[in-house]
Design a protein around this ligand. Structure first.
Ligand code: GUN
Length: 282
């Protein structure tokens, strides 16, 4: 049976480290501050934003909340981002995605000053990530790496397989594994013999958004399985992209859903806020 990687516990450790750093900054007269912008009424986004504000409160990071109506224009949103870009007391800017269809997401993300881009989505930070020198790394991918490292697993030289090639998870997690000297293969919807490639992975990271897609025959005995998927089943329960009940009997380590990668995203966001604040005040 696999060791179950406890994302709640590890994310709590990270939030406590962040809290200690926030206290140090405040002792030096600097108050870390994150601006969170939500446009529209998407219920999932509302929950995410509420959780981000709660985490700020826990860590001792001031949060500025902007909850804007669905009818907000692109110009209005760009103007708000610009105002926050120029506000020295605000260290991080997070625009919750998805944005309403009439707003060009790429244009908004490009507008955020790279040093305040705590999501790590700005092409400048994506570029730094690809050359291995980013300070602000995309939160979910960085969370995957922390889960692996804090479980005492060495990535160096391992066969790492990433399933999924999205800009927010698959591609950046591949870059981060490479930076840790993993041998990285990325699989996607057009990949041939995916099962065979996965079954050769020492570390398998799955982010495709397909319920229980990875079965036992796609897993190497003793492998490390990081499941980024969050899917809602017909009975209302959450499940990952990995068939947990099958995988747990074969893997060496596995993250559960919920309670694996999920809580890490916000912890890494908090960490990025502190990094941004420290850099801006260096
Ligand atoms: N929507 C879903 N995940 C994320 C995230 O990590 N950051 C932002 N800004 N929006 C999201």
């Amino acid at each position: 049976m696999a060791v179950i990687i406890d994302g709640k516990k590890i994310s709590q450790e990270i939030k406590d480290e962040v809290k200690a750093k926030a206290e140090q900054l405040k002792a030096a007269g600097i108050e870390p501050c994150l601006a969170v912008i939500l446009v529209g009424e998407d219920p999932a986004s509302r929950v995410y934003v509420r959780n981000k504000k709660r985490a700020c409160e826990y860590c001792g990071i001031k949060s500025l909340s902007y909850e804007l109506p669905e009818s907000t224009t692109e110009e209005e949103l760009l103007a708000l981002v610009d105002k926050l870009n120029n506000d020295k007391s605000c260290n991080g800017i997070l625009v919750q995605l998805p944005l309403p269809k009439h707003i060009n997401e790429e244009k908004v993300l490009l507008k955020i000053k790279p040093e305040k881009d705590v999501d790590g989505f700005h092409p400048y930070n994506v570029g730094l990530l690809s050359i291995g020198s980013a300070d602000l790394k995309a939160c979910t991918p960085a969370g995957c790496i922390e889960l692996i490292k804090r479980s005492g697993i060495d990535i160096c030289g391992k066969n790492c397989v990433v399933v999924g090639r999205s800009n927010i998870v698959g591609k950046p997690v591949g870059m981060l594994l490479l930076a840790e000297n993993g041998t990285v293969t990325t699989c996607h919807s057009k990949t041939k013999n995916m099962a065979e490639i996965c079954a050769n992975a020492d570390i398998l990271v799955v982010a495709i958004g397909k319920e229980k897609f990875i079965k036992a025959d796609m897993i190497k005995e003793g492998a490390v399985i990081i499941d980024v998927g969050i899917n809602r089943m017909e009975d209302g329960k959450l499940c990952g992209d990995v068939d947990f009940d099958e995988a747990v009997t074969k893997a060496g380590y596995i993250t559960p859903v919920p309670g694996g990668v999920g809580p890490m995203t916000i912890a890494m966001l908090m960490n990025n806020c502190i990094t941004a604040c420290e850099k801006q005040n260096a």
